[in-house]
Design a protein around this ligand. Sequence first.
Ligand SMILES: Nc1ncnc2c1ncn2[C@@H]1O[C@H](COP(=O)(O)OP(=O)(O)O)[C@@H](O)[C@H]1O
Ligand SMILES: [Mg+2]
Length: 335
Amino acid sequence: MARDDVLNLPLNAVRVLVTGAGGPAAVSVLKSLGADQTVTLLAADMDPWAAGLYLVPPEARTLIPAGLDPGFVEATLARCIAMDADVLVPTVDAELRPLARARAQFARAGIALLLAPDEALDVTLDKLALAQRCAGRAPVPRTERLDRATDPGSWTYPVVVKPRTGSGSRDISVVRSAQDLARMDTSGDFLVQQYLPGAEYSVDVLADASGRVVASVPRVRERVDSGVSVAGRTLHDAELERLGATVAEATGVTYIANVQFRRDAAGRPALLEVNPRVPGTLPLTVASGVDMPRMALDSLRGRPMPERAGFRDMAMVRFLEERFVPLGDVERVAA
Ligand SMILES: Nc1ncnc2c1ncn2[C@@H]1O[C@H](COP(=O)(O)OP(=O)(O)O)[C@@H](O)[C@H]1O
Ligand SMILES: [Mg+2]
């Protein structure tokens, strides 16, 4: 058996392009997969100053347009083909749906996407659809579309109003009265949700290529600086571990996803959202013993996954680290 593995190694060698190289999620994937001898890393970003570009050799760096750019898919596919990529790992929210829509085009070019199925993206990238999907399977705060039919008198205040498809806490407001709610955007793009006052948790979930959950690792953001967790710890909590897995399975996400909860006034954890992609604080989960990027790539490659992967309690503090490159390197990427 071991002999077969050795003989198969060259066949299993893969070239993996990671997008969003300027962000912590991409850097965590680059660090994890960098330890896999069968992986050649490639890095992409829209900005030549993206740090992760300089974690790979010069010929493995590329610029691509922003996910919202109409030319994003075509340019990214062209770069994947030119760089002979076998696998594309998107780490930027705005890239997920455009890439999912082009999945067949990528497949025809021999490129696999480390990305949840379209149906799972539809459910997780719309927080209203997510609440509806998970109701009855996991605790979900009261969540409704904010539109002209909304009855402000039927809510207990405060409530949260947020975009159905938002990210990065953009356009979220805490609304304290029925009068204030009556004045909010009723376009149908926003939802109104019961306010959850308690402690907040992120649960990193690894599911295999078929959506079977292999690991569920809760963690706490102990310190946050400019939206990025700079200190945190993993947490053994059977309820959160189970809820993370339940929500992931209810949505059909595959590979790596991040499920967020917050406790209600009675102290019960309730679902906030699911990010169907690599979270920025994944290094903590990797350090706790579950190397999610390597395992996700293994599953994509058809390698067997363990029944269940456990984790150790681990604390993380973080700092900025410099990488120095000749100025010409940046100019070459930008050219
Ligand atoms: N119903 C809620 N009750 C209390 N806080 C909330 C609620 N919804 C969102 N928040 C706060 O806003 C943050 C961002 O909301 P979230 O639903 O995670 O959207 P996103 O991260 O995609 O912008 C959460 O981490 C949480 O602190
Ligand atoms: Mg969030």
